[in-house]
Design a protein around this ligand. Structure first.
Ligand SMILES: [Ca+2]
Ligand SMILES: [Ca+2]
Length: 241
């Protein structure tokens, strides 16, 4: 019955291992250390310095990870500081430019409204008390940092007509007969607010290249007139507050 004895011996060996494992459960770290030592001892038997090499290889990743984490933290910190400084400088620059823009706007506002002005929608208007030619009127508006009024919509036309006076507006066909352009260079792209039978183009043998609100009692108040005619005028300045 040698086989049975062998089985019994194996059973006894397994029992011993079980007991050792049971002991190891009381202290996993010690058990793991013991097993590591056993492995290294066994490795020494088969490969000499292999255990030393393996130990070194197992320990290096720990140091490498630590060094990498420290370097990463340093880089992140440097990045955060750099970004903060950059943002701070940018905000400072923007604050400065905003302040400059506000001051510039105030200077322009004071200059344009030095003789009084009115506001409507997004614009300010200078309403002249004098009368001049279309060209001189436009020059006066430019001297105020603006230009003759551009009628952008019906509401603005109603506002101008409500002033109950004949005004030059910023519309002319002086460059090309029949092509009506605003003072900003854009071609009149709508029917506009011409009085019936206007623009006539000529009256009593004189060219009529400049537009006025001659018929201000009605919404379609525009008339083309001789540009040298003396009229009141309206300057318009748009502010983006
Ligand atoms: Ca306008
Ligand atoms: Ca006319």
């Amino acid at each position: 019955m040698e086989m049975s004895e062998g089985i019994y011996e194996n059973d006894a060996g397994e029992q011993k291992q079980m007991e050792e494992l049971a002991v190891n459960t009381t202290g996993e770290w010690d058990g793991a250390e013991e097993r590591t030592v056993d492995i290294y001892e066994s490795s020494d038997i088969y490969s000499g310095h292999a255990a030393v090499t393996k130990s070194a290889v197992q320990q290096q990743p720990g140091w490498a990870v630590t060094v990498c984490l420290v370097l990463l933290c340093v880089l992140l910190l440097a990045g955060i500081i750099g970004t903060g400084l950059h943002c701070g400088l940018k905000l400072q620059t923007h604050s400065k430019s905003w302040a400059e823009m506000r001051n510039q706007t105030l200077v322009e506002f004071n200059h344009f409204c030095k003789d009084g002005c009115r506001s409507f929608s997004d614009s300010l208007y200078y309403i002249s008390s004098d009368q001049m030619s279309w060209g001189d009127s436009r020059q006066d508006c430019r001297d105020r940092g603006a230009d003759l009024v551009i009628v952008n919509n019906e509401e603005e036309q109603v506002f101008i007509n409500s002033l109950k006076r004949i005004f030059w507006i910023g519309l002319t066909d002086g460059e090309e007969e029949g092509t009506w352009k605003w003072v900003d260079g854009l071609v009149l792209n709508s029917t506009g607010f011409w009085k019936t039978d206007q623009p006539s183009g000529m009256f009593q043998g004189m060219d009529e290249d400049c537009v006025e609100t001659f018929f201000y009692e009605v919404i379609n108040s525009w008339n083309d007139d001789h540009c040298a005619t003396q009229r009141h005028w309206i300057c318009e300045k748009r502010f983006n507050f």
